[in-house]
Write a protein that binds this ligand. Structure first.
Ligand SMILES: *Cc1c(COP(=O)(O)O)cnc(C)c1O
Length: 960
């Protein structure tokens, strides 16, 4: 074992032997050989992958790569701005495993900390934009703008959208890609000329415009009136920081506001990840895309948070979902919300004034040199007219270590930000004056004024949370208090099937804070981004080798976005062959919700293929569907190993059938952790796949994001992979942009780079085989008490297994929810619930968990099954440890205890069972002293949906 593999992989030495023995195989390779069908087994070449390096070597290499990025003062703007991440937030959130290793808050009782932080984010967004309701983050500004359009189209049932031309190029590009998928026609407009909005779902304007220009508030209200008269919605893509000093969208007649929270303390990071946001008026809330946190109440009647209105989302609504979003940008939304908590409204206002003041002063300085400033009303961006001199001036600025945005040979755009200093401005003026024959006119600063008319007069963020934590001590404690409430990987295993919650090693995640990776603008000159170039080239090549494909795009910033990009590539490929009728996408009944939602976004019609009794794809149904839709099959989307956790031997047969019918094969790579190093989807029939770097390749889950969902394809689809405006890699617009930056969430790519570099091919194989071993060990140990629903060849499961707890319901009335909540009392995060089979639990232990932790989990599950058997006989159905779970300390201590089970059974069931099993007393003691105390009782989700509240609750909500 390489140095690092022995740290990354949990079971070792004798433990591993014991596990192998319990599943009756000789060694890891023998296990994989028996579990995995021969036909798919095609390992990658060791020559094309790096050999394993030590942690110290990898840290040194990453430092060197980061140093190949040249960090200058960025005044490029265009949606990405330098910002000061308060050190207390960087240290206590970004670099703190309690925050970054948490999972999406689907189990709300153990997620109250991050739910509160996300609720703060929603409050911050709805207050700054003056909109009724905001979601808990989207992927980035450009996709948020596209989601806003889809929302408008869905609401008005119209297929045209008017889009103002003063828009960032990347936002326009993503809108074009998304509208192409949904067959929405884009009507380009100029809001300062006559508008024809007939039949439009909405009018989208950027606020301020890409040129920096702002109009008057009256003009914006006039636009709102025009589109409302035409029966459409007014969408403003608004700068959140600007909103603290200019009239917010909600006061200008906007129905939807969208954008990014990047400049709230989240580094540019070469393009991402950052939290996109969307907010809307009350009437649109049921159509809002993405997750929303809402306030509900727990079993004691106390306020408690949980995800609201989930029936809009892909995991429930599938092809009828409001979007395909699953992983979003939770960690970045949390950082941005903490930035607002730390600065409060007064701080935000003063930062915005400073940014604006610097821009105004710069406009004055440049005009006194004789430079014409194109628009006089701006927030932070000035457009300088410099006929024929733009390139020379840009070069002069580069000598001052400043980068700006070159519009054309006559025009430059310069943006100020939180980090702009007086000296920065002096350097800019110096560079200009080296090129421009300086006049020295006296300039009246007042000519560059926002004007009182558009200044914000309303207050915002009155909520106590945004006023309470302004000293560092208070702030540190607030973030600690929230983290303390949550269950993340730093407490114990998170056995979520399909989510691959493996180790996110410290050495891997450290690199994201290196300034060489963090402080660089995605549109910085190519020669300044050499470090990123090396990193992305390596990663593309390695992932291509691992997956067996020819070409990889790192642009998609979540698995869902990789799916969309891959399906769009299929559609464009068919179109390029004149086969526009191939619009059917076959999807097995057990598929992940994003599959169906993405297929619809890419313009496909979803046709579901049945599941056979053994959990595999029903081949006769597949044949029938192929016949029924002869000549129309565009694609099939398969997950491999299937979401049932098994290696289906007939996968090659399935891909052959679809290919023979003229369709393309999309293999969802979310389960790649069962294949890496042994089998490659591109080699067993796939034409295209997405991977989830935040599952298989060690990027932490961040409490619901960030993620990276690279899309990998065979050469015939490669020309249709994502492109980027101005990019050289793929022809534009032959393919389309799917995110705000050419390499999407570039700054977290070092994590996956490091993961592969640390393990090398041998280590990767060991990780895969151990993940399969761990799942088979759990399946073998639990089989006598809780049946495993599906098994593949040789009776083996893949890297996960479905535990069938439905008999507990039939026999004793104990639901899957009861089991999941009771696991909290045992100190566990529940496995994936009711996916892909309702009423069951899907367990994915990953390679990183030790035998001791796997046994602790199995002990808990066995004990819960035993507890269930006592319900109805020993304990009443409405008063037992399962139905009462999870138990808070408060409920045990205050107001007396009158249940038919003891407090000890309620709170320390793990220690009781360990003692009974004769485990070592030190271990029992450890369970007791490190007990995880859940902060709230079981949460009533429907109540919260009926009484929807999605911003910080008022103090009265906490009254007894
Ligand atoms: C996680 C997952 C996805 C979606 O990935 P996101 O990054 O969350 O968008 C798709 N398919 C499967 C099988 C998954 O497990």
């Amino acid at each position: 074992m390489s140095d690092f593999a022995s740290r990354h992989v949990g079971p070792r030495g004798q433990d591993r032997e014991l596990m192998l023995g319990s599943v009756k195989v000789r060694d890891l390779d023998a296990l994989v050989a028996r579990a995995m069908p021969n036909v798919i087994s095609t390992p990658p070449s060791a020559k094309k992958l790096p050999s394993a390096a030590t942690e110290a070597e990898v840290a040194a290499e990453l430092t060197e790569i980061a140093a190949n990025n040249t960090i200058r003062t960025s005044m490029i703007g265009q949606g990405f701005y330098d910002t000061e991440t308060p050190a207390v937030i960087r240290r206590c959130v970004l670099e703190n495993p309690s925050w970054y290793t948490a999972y999406t808050p689907y189990q709300p009782e153990i997620s109250q900390g991050r739910l509160e932080a996300l609720l703060n984010f929603q409050t911050m967004v709805s207050e700054l934009t003056a909109m009724d309701i905001a979601g808990a983050s989207l992927l980035d500004e450009s996709t948020a703008a596209a989601e806003a359009i889809a929302l408008a189209a869905r609401t008005t049932k119209r297929q045209r959208i008017a889009v103002d031309e003063d828009l960032f190029a990347q936002t326009r590009a993503v809108i074009e890609t998304r509208c192409h998928g949904l067959d929405i026609e884009i009507v380009p407009v100029r809001v300062d000329s006559a508008l024809d909005l007939e039949g439009c779902a909405g009018l989208l304007v950027q606020y301020p415009g890409a040129t920096g220009r702002m109009m008057t508030a009256a003009q914006y209200r006039g636009l709102a009136d025009s589109i409302h008269r035409a029966g459409g919605l007014f969408i403003m893509v608004a700068d959140l920081l600007a909103c603290s000093i200019v009239t917010p969208p909600g006061e200008l007649g906007a129905d939807i506001a969208a954008g990014t929270a990047q400049r709230f303390g989240v580094p540019m990071g070469g393009g991402g990840p950052h939290a996109g946001y969307i907010a809307c008026q009350e009437k649109l809330k049921r159509n809002l895309p993405g997750r929303i946190v809402g306030v509900s109440r727990d079993s004691q009647g106390n306020p408690a948070y949980r995800l609201a209105l989930q029936t809009r989302e892909q995991h429930i609504r599938r092809e009828k979902a409001t979007s395909n979003i699953c992983t979003a940008q939770s960690l970045l939304a949390i950082m941005a919300s903490m930035y607002a908590v730390y600065h409060g409204p007064t701080g935000l206002r003063s930062i915005a004034e400073r940014v604006h003041g610097q821009a105004r002063a710069l406009a004055c300085n440049l005009s006194s040199l004789g430079v014409r400033i194109r628009y006089t009303r701006f927030f932070d961006t000035i457009t300088a007219s410099v006929p024929n001199k733009a390139e020379v001036i840009r070069a002069a600025l580069l000598e001052e270590n400043i980068t700006v945005f070159l519009v054309d040979s006559d025009t430059l755009r310069i943006s100020t930000d939180e980090c702009t200093k007086d000296e920065t401005r002096v350097s800019v003026v110096r560079a200009f004056s080296r090129v421009i024959e300086g006049t020295n006119e006296l300039v009246d600063m007042d000519q560059f004024s926002l004007g009182e008319e558009i200044r914000r007069s309303s207050d915002f963020l009155p909520q106590a949370t945004f006023h309470r934590y302004h000293s560092e001590t208070e702030m540190m404690r607030y973030m600690h208090r929230l983290a303390e409430k949550d269950y993340a990987l730093d407490r114990g295993m998170i056995p979520l099937g399909s989510c691959t919650m493996k180790l996110n090693a410290a050495v891997e995640v450290s690199a994201i804070s290196y300034s060489g990776f963090a402080r660089i603008h995605p549109f910085a000159p190519e020669s300044d981004r050499l470090g990123y170039r090396r990193l992305t080239q390596d990663l593309e090549a390695w992932l291509a080798e691992i997956t067996g494909y020819d070409s990889v795009s790192l642009q998609p910033n979540a698995g869902s976005q990789g799916e969309f990009a891959g399906l769009l590539a299929i559609r464009r490929y068919h179109d390029s062959k004149g086969e526009k009728g191939r619009r059917i996408c076959l999807i097995p009944a057990s598929a992940h919700g994003t599959n169906a939602a993405s297929a619809v976004m890419a313009g496909f019609r979803v046709v579901v293929v049945k599941t056979a009794k053994d959990g595999s794809i029903d081949l006769s149904d597949l044949t029938q569907k192929i016949e029924d839709f002869s000549g129309q099959i565009g694609a099939i989307m398969l997950t491999y190993p299937s979401t049932h956790g098994t290696f289906e031997p007939q996968v090659v047969e399935v891909t052959d059938l679809v290919h023979a019918a003229g369709g393309q094969v999309y293999i969802d790579g979310a389960n790649l952790n069962a294949l890496v190093g042994y089998a490659r989807p591109g080699a067993f029939g796939g034409d295209v796949s997405h991977l989830n770097l935040h599952k298989t390749f060690a990027i932490p889950h961040g409490g619901g994001g960030p993620g990276v969902g690279p899309v990998a394809a065979k050469s015939h689809l490669a020309p249709f992979l994502p492109g980027f405006p101005g990019g050289s890699r793929h022809d534009w617009p032959g393919s389309g942009a799917v995110s705000s930056a050419p390499y999407g969430s570039a700054s977290i790519l070092p994590i996956s780079w490091a993961y592969i570099r640390l393990l090398g091919l041998e280590g990767l194989r060991e990780a895969t085989a151990t993940a399969v071993l761990a799942a088979n060990y759990v399946a073998a140990r639990l089989e006598p008490s809780i049946p495993v629903l599906y098994r593949g060849p040789g009776g083996f499961v893949g890297h996960e297994c479905i535990l069938d707890v439905r008999p507990l319901k039939e026999k004793y009335g104990v639901t899957v929810d009861d089991v999941a909540k009771r696991l909290i009392d045992y100190g566990f995060h529940a496995p994936t619930m009711s996916f892909p089979v309702a009423g069951t639990l899907m367990v994915e232990p990953t390679e990183s968990e030790s035998l001791e932790e796997l046994d602790r989990f199995c002990d808990a599950m066995e004990s819960i099954a035993e507890e269930a058997s006592r319900v109805g006989s020993e304990w009443p159905a409405d008063d037992n440890p399962l139905q009462g779970a999870p138990h808070t300390a408060h409920s045990l201590l205050v107001g007396g205890w009158d249940h038919p089970y003891s407090q000890e059974v309620a709170a320390y069931p793990d220690a009781l069972i360990a003692r009974k099993k004769g485990r070592d007393p030190e271990y029992v003691h450890r369970l007791i002293e490190s007990k995880y105390w859940v902060p709230v009782g079981r949460i009533d989700a429907p109540w919260g949906d009926r009484n929807l509240q999605c911003s910080c609750p008022p103090p009265e909500a906490f009254e007894d």
